[in-house]
Design a protein around this ligand. Structure first.
Ligand SMILES: [Zn+2]
Length: 341
């Protein structure tokens, strides 16, 4: 059997929901799998793919682990698991299928520049629809996984829409998106939804403990990640919590005016982890706003929250990174936040 990691309880719930739809014949051609980054959308899709591709399912419908489809899937899953980036995303999401009826669409290397593209382009969809036009090579189902669907560009969507308008039995298109609102309404309306939600705190903590994190660290990470176990796991595993503590101490220095905003901004962009820091900053604004009741302070913190998120999207643009970060720091200065501190 493949080395695919087991599903976490909250992923299992979504999986069971999909299986119920599959067995009752209500599972659609196109499914939008949603949930925040690192919650397990890809893993859920992998498990579902293994199930629907199996050529000789067990009595309960689960993959047999022995047929040709399962063997090909296992070979692929091992490759994928071996190559995962620190943030949990596969290092090479594109072209990693050793199974002819399992296709992935993700960030591709631009042959002209040698760098990964920042969006999914129409040429990729054309190649995909050409493959989908053929009958399944193993005689079973065909699965296409688009990850992340948020990165599909406008003209590529038009091409995808065409495949949505010609559904075929046994052919599945799964769109993975952490910001489904960015997808065109015409696409969303044609997809069923499978949503991965944040689990209850006790379940998330038990899962983190099961991943080998000590109780105290698991709790700190889960609090920092606002209940998101996948994010908490990433932070508790790497130096994410150390980074968070640094952000809090920089924020303190900023508010005491013992460090200049521009100096902090430069420090934050120097190691390429500005986005992570801004995420902690936004989370701080939310957390403090939750502890306060007076309206002016809450408004000031809301401005801090918005500024951090605006800066995160500015980091994706051509704006100088330290200037983008500076914009997120200024609303935290004592004059701006009043009694927020
Ligand atoms: Zn099988």
């Amino acid at each position: 059997m493949s080395e695919l990691p087991a599903l976490a309880p909250w992923q299992q719930r979504a999986y069971d929901q999909a299986v119920e739809a599959l067995t009752s014949g209500h599972f659609g051609h196109a499914t939008l799998i949603t949930g925040p980054a690192l919650i397990g959308k890809r893993l859920l899709a992998e498990h579902l793919a293994r199930r629907v591709l199996c050529l000789a399912p067990r009595a309960d419908g689960e993959a047999c682990g022995a047929c040709k489809a399962c063997s090909l899937f296992a070979a692929r899953a091992q490759m994928e698991v071996a190559e995962v980036r620190p943030d949990g995303t596969p290092a090479h999401p594109w072209g990693h299928s050793t199974h002819p009826d399992l296709l992935f669409l993700g960030y591709e290397i631009n042959q002209k520049t040698g760098k990964p593209r920042t969006e999914i382009v129409i040429d990729q969809i054309r190649a995909l629809t050409a493959s989908m036009g053929l009958t399944a090579q193993l005689g079973g189902a065909q699965v296409v996984i688009v990850d992340p669907a948020d990165a599909v560009n406008w003209s590529a969507w038009n091409a995808i829409l065409k495949t949505l308008e010609e559904p075929q039995p046994g052919r599945y298109l799964w769109l993975l998106a952490s910001s489904p609102a960015r997808l065109p309404a015409t696409i969303r309306s044609r997809c069923q939804r499978l949503e991965l939600r944040l689990p209850p705190r006790a379940e998330a903590l038990a899962w983190l403990r099961g991943r080998g994190h000590p109780a105290e660290l698991a709790e700190e990470a889960l609090e920092a990640a606002r209940g998101h176990p996948g994010l908490a796991d990433a932070w508790a595993s790497g130096d994410g919590l150390k980074l968070r503590r640094e952000v809090l101490s920089d924020l303190d220095a900023l508010q005491r005016r013992s460090a200049a905003p521009a100096a902090i901004a430069q420090k934050w962009v120097a190691d390429g982890r500005a986005d992570e820091r801004l995420r902690h900053l936004a989370e701080q604004a939310l957390q403090r706003a939750g502890a306060r009741l007076d309206a002016p302070t809450v408004r000031a913190l809301a401005a801090c929250f918005d500024a951090a998120n605006r800066a995160r999207s500015l980091l994706q643009s051509t704006v100088r990174a330290d200037l983008a970060v500076l914009e997120a720091l200024l609303p935290w200065l004592p004059a701006a936040t009043g009694s927020a501190r």
